[in-house]
Design a protein around this ligand. Sequence first.
Ligand SMILES: [Zn+2]
Length: 60
Amino acid sequence: MEMKALCMRCRDAKRKPTMQIMNNPKVSEKNNRFSAKGQCAKCGGNMFKFLSKDDAKKLK
Ligand SMILES: [Zn+2]
């Protein structure tokens, strides 16, 4: 599954964060809330995203 998240480093011409592909997403769960951490495919920077429970299941 392809995972996308906002990258704070990859900004557009208006300096807004852009959606980029997340490499090596790692899902974690805390207090029944799911999130994924990975690296931006474009710049290699760290990315973070909250996931729905369904999305977290698809990634496992
Ligand atoms: Zn990036």
